[in-house]
Structures are given as C-alpha cells and as structure tokens.
Ligand binder design. Structure first.
Ligand code: ZN
Ligand code: ZN
Length: 317
C-alpha cells in the first residue's frame, strides 16, 4: 500500500486547527506549530485535558481535505496505469476493422476547501511558550498541560493597573469612578478565576456538584467553603494584615454594587474600618487597589499551588 502524506494548510496567523477526539468534548482549538515544547508528539485538550497523539486531534474538515487530495492522486495513478494499456491496431483485413483503446483523463477531481474557525482568546503559555487559541478564556496548555487560570488573572490585573494609571491623572470625579470600577473588576476577575479553578478541580473536592458553585465575591464566605471542599485555608496564603485589607476591599465593593457606595451598618460592623460613618460615602484609594491586586496575586498563587500539591491530578468530565 502506498502512503500518501498531506501537509495541512495553516490559517493566516500560522495556526493549525485541532479537535478533541474525546466523544464527550469534541472541543475545537488552535496551536501554532514551531512554538512550545520541541518534539512533543502528545498534546492535551485545552478544555477537558484529554491527552493523545497530535494526529488524533485532526479536525473533520482536515480529514475531508486530506481525503479529497488523496482521491485526486489515486485517480491520477489509475489513469497512468490505464494509459499503459493503450493500443491502436490499424484496420486490416477485407472489412478494414481496427481497434484502439485511448485513455482520456477526466477533469481533475475537486479538492475540499475549508477555513479554520476564529476563536475568542489567544494566549502564549507562560510555562512552555506554546501559542494557542481557544473558545472562552480558561484552558489547559495543549503542550505542557499547565492551566492558564493564573496567567489570565494576571493579564486582567495588568489591565486594571493601567486603568489606575489613568485614574491617577484624571480629574477627581473621573478618578473616583475609575477607581471604583477597578475595584469591581478586581472582585469579578477573582470570582471568575475562583469559580473556574473549583470547576477544574471539582472531582478532587468533597462535593464535586457544589464545588463549581462557590462564589468568591465575599472573601470570608469563600474561605469557609474552600476549607470545607478542599481543606485549603485561603487566608494562609497572605499575612493577617493583608487578609483583613483584602476583606475590607471586598466589603467596599459590596457597597459600590448594592448601596451606591454609601456606608451601611453591616459594613461598619464587619469591616473593622474605624473611619467609616453610616450614611457617608465609602473612601477607596488608588493605592488600596494596587495593594489589593498584590494580595490577590499571592492568594491565588497559593490556592493553585496548594490544589496542585495536595490533591490528585485534575480530572475532567
Ligand atoms: Zn476535550
Ligand atoms: Zn505550556
């Protein structure tokens, strides 16, 4: 049997489409050949973690493309073989009958064409350098398998810090508005991060159904839930002052989101903020958000490292 090698076309940015062979997943993603771990033949699905040879991730479109190329080559071969059988016997005998066989090649068979899909997040793995693209945001690196949750969170933090730079140079009202937004973004990106990490590690928790439902908008409640589910105390990732500072910032975010930033009794009771007066607007400084970002960075790194160290490998589906 003749082997026929097909090189698959890359998209305009040099990426190759891939599709998870796992029946339950079938997730589509892209990788850039030549980046990442050299000579790596096995890859991981960024969505479910399924691991197989890189060729097992060939998409249906790519298979149709390869088949159409192969059929075209095979039909050329057939024509070549048939050509060898051509003959032409001149008319002889009293009736002047001649027989000939001529092989006329038909028009070349069409090649199946396709376009790779466009995806939502492109990322370069901070661990192995692989460039890849996925739907959604969070993913496992297809080459080294590292989850990108911390990397995505730190990208969000970089954007928030840039927003604070703008706030520092803006007039007071705009500045306050931007600082408030920066705080809301810190909390929502932390919530998105926390929920996803709990989802990824759910099968290692005491309750895989409940794990992805943990809210991270209230630090103290999140801490209790994470102890219950994973036996990890988030507050151990930072010192007590940092923990109290982060908790207070989250409570201020609660006031912004639900009380138009006006201090209520619950805040006075829970925050330990001695300058707080009920009915006054809560004060949030640019410096406070910068500190919060630093504390959240420590806390999330601690959480992910603890999960990786103390629990079995993440299982998906
Ligand atoms: Zn998958
Ligand atoms: Zn990687």
């Amino acid at each position: 049997m003749n082997k026929f090698r097909v090189s698959l076309p890359l998209d305009e940015s040099g990426f190759l489409g891939r599709e998870c062979p796992s029946e339950k997943c079938r997730g589509y993603f892209k990788i850039k050949p030549g980046t990442g771990l050299p000579g790596n033949s096995k890859i991981h699905c960024p969505y479910c973690g399924f691991t197989a040879e890189i060729n097992d991730f060939t998409t249906e479109d790519q298979i149709r493309y390869a088949k159409s190329l192969a059929i075209r080559e095979i039909s050329k071969e057939i024509v070549k073989e048939l050509k060898k059988l051509e003959f032409d016997s001149r008319p002889t005998g009293p009736l002047g009958i001649g027989i000939s066989l001529k092989v006329k090649p038909a028009r070349p068979l069409p090649i199946f064409r396709y376009r790779e899909k466009s995806l939502e997040t492109s990322i370069t793995c901070s661990n192995c350098g692989l460039e890849y693209a996925v739907f959604g945001v969070f993913a496992f690196c297809p080459d080294c398998g590292q989850h990108n949750s911390l990397q995505i969170l730190s990208q969000n933090h970089d954007i928030i810090l840039r927003m604070l730079d703008i706030a520092a140079n803006a007039e007071n009202e705009v500045s306050q508005w931007l600082i408030g937004n920066a705080l809301e973004d810190c909390v929502s990106s932390f919530d998105g991060f926390g929920r996803h990490v709990c989802y990824v590690y759910r099968n290692s928790s005491s309750n895989p159904k409940k794990a992805p439902e943990v809210s991270f908008q209230n630090l103290e409640k999140a801490k209790e839930k994470i102890i219950e589910l994973f036996g990890i105390d988030l507050s151990n990732g930072v010192n007590n002052d940092e923990w109290q500072m982060a908790k207070r910032a989250f409570q201020k975010r609660h006031l912004l989101a639900h009380r138009m930033g006006v201090i209520d009794e619950e805040y006075v009771r829970k925050s330990g903020d001695i300058s707080a007066r009920v009915g006054r607007k809560v004060i949030i400084s640019e410096e406070e958000i910068r500190q919060l970002i630093e504390v959240l960075g420590k806390l999330t790194t601690y959480f992910v490292n603890e999960l990786a160290a103390t629990l079995s490998k993440p299982k998906e589906n």
